[in-house]
Design a protein around this ligand. Structure first.
Ligand SMILES: [Zn+2]
Length: 79
């Protein structure tokens, strides 16, 4: 066992607390980035006006609410 003085305890407490806060923050950021990626994958970009739209789930064709153009599910990079 490592012998330490009593003055070491507040420092140990601060380090453990900071580590726990850091881990919680990292887990939250990882979760938020996963949700953001999932949302972006569900988005579609209009081929005419480049507006980003969330089409209805499972719809192969969707209509742009801005320019009313009909778009398909393919991503703009697939063009
Ligand atoms: Zn459009």
């Amino acid at each position: 066992m490592i012998r330490t003085g009593l003055a070491f305890l507040p420092l140990l407490y601060a380090v453990v607390l900071a580590g726990a806060v850091l881990l919680l923050w990292l887990a939250g950021e990882w979760r938020r980035s996963r949700l953001r990626r999932r949302e972006w994958r569900a988005m579609g970009q209009c081929r005419l006006c480049a507006e980003w739209v969330r089409p209805a789930q499972g719809a192969d064709l969707w209509r742009c609410p801005v320019c009313r153009a009909l778009n398909d599910r393919a991503a703009p990079s697939d063009l």
